[in-house]
Ligand binder design. Structure first.
Ligand code: DGL
Length: 269
């Protein structure tokens, strides 16, 4: 039986993109055990309705609670945007961290002119979740959101430095740059991989990588709850998915930045 501190952190996403969060967690908290769930059979969530996403999210949380996790990380912006509250209820008192709260705080800390841009999926943009999270701390801030759904398949294709991606990003960023934003939240699991390209297209704008800021807030929450794993030994990383599609390992390892050893398929539906 594992002590509370040795129990894994549960990280989940609609698919493979949440591995950017796992990567940031591995770097920030190298002693922690991690269980990841990616709903690869039902991705994308970014175009689905609130009710469907809530329903899927509840199934994932139940699965992770069965794995005896000590904290939950909602790595998917779309899930955090529409199901964050339900997930927190389901999780009881356990720490639940999410990319939107962390990204909103990091954007507020970074902006100098109070003009913040957010790029995300359609569902995240329609939910207005980033603007609400930012305005809860600073009602004066101007928040400009832009749905950028085409960037998701371009990243999965590996076109991280491709002319098509550059032109797509340039077109999407036009209205945000015209609004003089000085900070841009990469509000989707996939976008941190486009950081070099986006920073060239939006030079002078600070990019907020929600994977890094979320890892920071996980570290803080675990320390406050006295749940940091201090024991030595090699950490255990387990990856669960609802389907193993073609090229899953190749794409996953691109997001994770290292090899994925234990991948298992589970059926939640
Ligand atoms: N993980 C999703 C997000 O961060 C992007 C992919 C999807 O649409 O499911 O919003």
């Amino acid at each position: 039986m594992k002590s509370n501190k040795q129990r894994p952190i549960g990280v989940f996403d609609s698919g493979v993109g949440g591995l950017t969060n796992v990567r940031a967690l591995m770097e920030r908290l190298p002693m922690e055990n991690i269980v990841y769930f990616g709903d690869t059979a039902r991705v994308p969530y970014g175009t689905k309705s609130r009710a469907t996403i809530e329903n899927f999210a509840m199934q994932i949380v139940d699965f992770l609670l069965e794995q005896e996790v000590k904290a939950l990380v909602i790595a998917c912006n779309t899930i955090a945007a529409v199901a964050g509250q339900k997930i927190r209820q389901q999780a009881g008192g356990m720490p639940v961290l999410d990319v939107i709260s962390a990204g909103a705080q990091a954007a507020l800390a970074a902006t100098r002119n109070n003009r913040i841009g957010v790029i995300a999926t359609n569902t995240t943009v329609n939910s207005n979740a980033y603007a609400r999270a930012i305005h809860a701390s600073n009602s004066e801030a101007l928040v400009r959101t832009q749905a950028t759904p085409l960037l998701v398949p371009l990243v999965e294709e590996g076109w991280l430095d491709h002319e098509v991606t550059r032109l797509t990003a340039r077109e999407y960023l036009k209205p945000l740059l015209a609004d003089n934003i000085d900070t841009l939240v990469l509000g989707c699991t996939h976008y941190p991989l486009l950081k070099p390209l986006i920073s060239r297209e939006a030079s002078g704008v600070v990019l907020v990588d929600s994977a890094i800021t979320t890892a920071e807030s996980v570290a803080k929450a675990l320390a406050e709850a006295d749940l940091l794993n201090e024991g030595g030994g090699v950490p255990d990383y387990r990856f669960y998915v609802s389907d193993i599609p073609l090229r899953f390992r190749t794409i996953g390892e691109r997001f994770l930045g290292r090899s994925m050893d234990q991948i298992e398929m589970v059926n939640l539906g």
